[in-house]
Write a protein that binds this ligand. Structure first.
Ligand SMILES: Nc1ncnc2c1ncn2[C@@H]1O[C@H](COP(=O)(O)OP(=O)(O)OP(=O)(O)O)[C@@H](O)[C@H]1O
Ligand SMILES: [Mg+2]
Length: 307
């Protein structure tokens, strides 16, 4: 292997993580027969899932259906007892999250995960650095230090470019985060912490983005705002897997919906198909659907159902 040329550390133009990716028809992510047991409980039971590049697929189902466990299996946070996951035609089953980040798979967590003591901008820069370090040739810690001492100007330019990029990403949240770039994440509102987490995921320049209940705990205005942001990401060609209980949002955004119950996929299809599937109505929408119908009969307006 040839020695690393000094040019390899030059600040290069950073491709915008928000640049549109071309949509193709091939499956970008595919899970076959994924199974995860916890003692006597089968949390994910022989689940098949596929999303084509540029597709928006939502996973819905009642509490405890296995949705988050499914995401954990796809993103390498947990290992399946059976089944496999293919990503861009590569078998990534149980590959560690870091290796998946290098392949531009990013996720957010149901209960939100930010670095509480870091500022907003530093949280996002972590995502950008993860992408860059994944793209660089592997060097030892000493070699990294030597390079840092050797090329401070190039590193400074790179750092400035990354900071601009991180600010651009934060701009998608309007004025929610821009005035708070240097605030520690722990001082933010709950909704803003969730926005920071999404921004960090976007800084990875993801090809596949998995969002686990991104609007949990948000009020209707914040939820609508998040819906528009996710719609915008979809419009840019990102492949998105979404777990969400707010069904109005799911119906509005999804190309396809997968419905889980007790670890199994009980239905899947386009929003209109899933909405009218009797099994889904019974297992998931039952109570909300019946109460909505009562409301509709009484002249009321149907609200987004949460189980
Ligand atoms: N680490 C674990 N150990 C034992 N049981 C677990 C573990 N993780 C999940 N479970 C169980 O697996 C089942 C599926 O949980 P999971 O969190 O995937 O559901 P979910 O569909 O995401 O639910 P929610 O909508 O409430 O987030 C639940 O019964 C849960 O208690
Ligand atoms: Mg969950």
């Amino acid at each position: 292997m040839s020695a690393l040329s000094p040019n390899d550390t030059e600040a290069k133009p950073v491709a915008s993580p928000l640049a549109a990716a071309p949509a193709k028809a091939a499956a970008l992510i595919e899970a076959n027969g994924l199974t995860r047991r916890f003692g006597g409980l089968t949390a994910v039971d022989a689940v098949d899932l596929a999303a084509a590049e540029g597709e928006f697929v939502s996973v819905i189902g009642p509490n405890g259906a296995g949705k988050t466990t499914l995401f954990n299996l796809i993103t390498g946070l947990d290992r399946p007892d059976a089944g496999r996951v293919l990503y861009a035609a590569e078998d990534i089953t149980a590959m560690p999250p870091k290796a998946l980040a290098a392949r531009r798979m990013a996720r957010t967590f149901q209960h939100g995960r930010v670095f509480a003591n870091l500022s907003v901008i530093d949280n996002v820069l972590i995502g950008a650095h993860a992408r860059l370090s994944a793209a660089r040739p592997r060097l030892g810690a000493l070699a990294e230090l030597a390079l840092a001492a050797w090329r401070p100007a190039a590193l400074r330019r790179e750092e400035e470019a990354l900071r601009r990029e991180a600010t651009d990403i934060l701009r998608i949240f309007g004025e929610r985060l821009l005035p708070r770039l240097d605030h520690p994440a722990h001082s933010l509102s709950y909704a803003n912490r969730r926005r920071v987490e999404i921004a960090r995921a976007l800084a990875l320049s993801p090809r596949l983005l998995l969002l686990d209940e991104p609007t949990a705990g948000m009020n209707p205005t914040e939820t609508r705002e998040m819906l528009e942001i996710i719609r915008d990401l979809k419009g840019r060609g990102l492949t998105i897997l979404l777990i969400e209980h707010k069904l109005d949002m799911v119906m509005e955004l999804s190309d396809r919906i997968i419905v889980m119950d007790n670890g199994r996929v009980i239905a899947q299809g386009k929003p209109a198909e899933v909405r009218h599937d009797p099994q889904v109505i019974e297992a998931y929408l039952g109570r909300a659907h019946r109460s909505a119908e009562t409301e509709a009969t009484a002249g009321g307006k149907r609200a987004g159902a949460a189980p």
